[in-house]
Ligand binder design. Structure first.
Ligand code: F3S
Length: 67
């Protein structure tokens, strides 16, 4: 599973980071989302999905593994 952030949409709410700080951080310079682990291991996937769902801007996309 992969996650990515669209920095044109992100405005720095940091709700992604609140929900899953292992996967989402904040860029110190821009104050926007920084994906820390773009290829998400199984134990962090639920958190990563939760973080993506909680972004009010819909800035995070989740690409699930092919079945
Ligand atoms: Fe940005 Fe959304 Fe996170 S606006 S900082 S991706 S909650």
């Amino acid at each position: 599973m992969k996650v990515a952030v669209n920095l044109d949409l992100c405005v720095g709410h940091a709700r992604c980071q609140d929900r899953c700080p292992e996967v989402y951080g904040t860029d110190e310079h821009w104050g926007k989302c920084k994906v820390l682990i773009p290829v998400v291991p199984p134990q962090l996937r639920e958190g990563a999905r939760l973080g993506a769902r909680n972004c009010p801007e819909g800035a995070i996309t989740v690409e699930e593994d092919a079945p």
